[in-house]
Design a protein around this ligand. Structure first.
Ligand code: ADP
Ligand code: MG
Length: 247
C-alpha cells in the first residue's frame, strides 16, 4: 500500500542545511493502522508532509500502491491528494461556514463527484462515527472530539487508499481522544481503511497494529501489537520510549 524507501529530507536555514530525515524506510500494508512516534522535533510531521507531497524530498522514494509520488506532475498529484489520500490534522481544519455534513462532503465537492451515492456515504459515515445528530450544526457549535470525528469522516468520503493523520488527538482531552481513536478503529474494521498516524501520545498509539519509533532522523524501533492487550502494548511503548531517552 505505502512504501517509503531510504527517504532523506533536509531544511535549508540560511546557509546551513539540517538533515531531518536520514534514510527512513517503512511499509504500511492495506488495512493496517500504523502509528509513528518520536520526540518533538524528530521529524514526524516532515515525514508525513513528504508522504503527502506538501514538501519535496531530497532523495528516496514514496510509493502509494504502484504510484511513485515524487514523479507525478502537479495535476496528477492534486488528483492523488483528493482521491487516494485522506487527511486529518491536529487543529481539525473544518470550514466554519459549512455544516458538519457539508464539511464531510467537501472533498467530493472539490473532486466534482457529488452524487446521491456520496450523499448516502456522508450519512453512513456520520452514522458510523456517531455524529448523525449534529450533522446540520456548524463547527462552532460542536465539541473538539465531534469536530475531529467530522474530519475523519471527511477524510474517508472519497474512499481513499490511505488516511494520513498528524497528531489527531493533540488538541483533545482524553475522553475525546478516545472517541477519535475509536473512529479510526471503526474506519479500519467497518470500512477497511488504512491509517498512518503521527502521534506523541502513547495512549493513542496503543490502539495501533504497529508503532514505528523515530529518533535522530531514523527508525529507531518498530513494535508490533500482535496479541497483546492494549494496556500491555502501551506499557511496551512507554518502556521503549524510556529506553530511547537513556541513549
Ligand atoms: P515533529 O513533528 O516530530 O515534532 P518536525 O518534522 O515538525 O518534527 O520537525 C523536525 C525538525 O525540522 C525540527 O527541528 C524543526 O525545527 C525542523 N523544521 C521543520 N520544518 C522546518 C522548516 N520549514 N524549515 C526549517 N526547519 C524546519
Ligand atoms: Mg509534528
Amino acid at each position: 500500500m505505502l512504501t517509503v524507501k531510504d527517504l532523506h529530507k533536509s531544511y535549508q536555514v540560511g546557509k546551513t542545511s539540517y538533515e531531518v530525515l536520514k534514510g527512513i524506510s517503512l511499509e504500511v500494508a492495506k488495512g493496517e493502522f500504523v502509528a509513528v512516534m518520536g520526540p518533538s522535533g524528530s521529524g514526524k510531521t516532515t515525514l508525513l508532509n513528504c508522504i503527502s507531497c506538501y514538501i519535496p524530498l531530497d532523495s528516496g522514494s514514496i510509493l502509494l500502491g504502484d504510484t511513485e509520488l515524487a514523479r507525478l506532475d502537479e495535476e496528477s498529484l492534486a488528483s492523488v491528494r483528493n482521491r487516494k489520500l485522506g487527511f486529518v490534522f491536529q487543529d481539525f481544519l473544518l470550514l466554519d461556514g459549512l455544516t458538519v455534513r457539508e464539511n464531510i462532503l467537501l472533498p467530493a465537492i472539490i473532486g466534482g463527484t457529488v452524487s446521491s451515492m456520496t450523499e448516502a456515504r456522508a450519512d453512513q459515515l456520520c452514522d458510523v462515527f456517531g455524529i448523525s445528530a449534529i450533522c446540520n450544526k456548524y463547527p462552532a457549535e460542536i465539541s473538539g472530539g465531534e469536530k475531529q470525528r467530522c474530519a475523519v469522516a471527511r477524510a474517508l468520503i472519497n474512499h481513499p487508499l490511505l488516511i494520513l493523520a498528524d497528531e489527531p488527538t493533540g488538541n483533545l482531552d482524553s475522553k475525546s481522544s478516545r472517541t477519535v481513536i475509536r473512529s479510526f478503529e471503526q474506519a479500519k474494521s467497518a470500512l477497511g481503511a488504512t491509517i498512518f498516524m503521527v502521534t506523541h501520545d502513547s495512549f493513542a498509539a496503543s490502539f495501533c497494529d504497529r508503532v514505528v519509533i523515530l529518533k535522530d532522523g531514523g527508525v529507531w524501533e518498530t513494535l508490533e501489537k500482535g496479541s497483546l492487550e492494549r494496556s500491555a502494548f502501551q506499557d511496551l511503548l512507554l518502556d521503549a520510549i524510556r529506553e530511547m531517552g537513556k541513549e
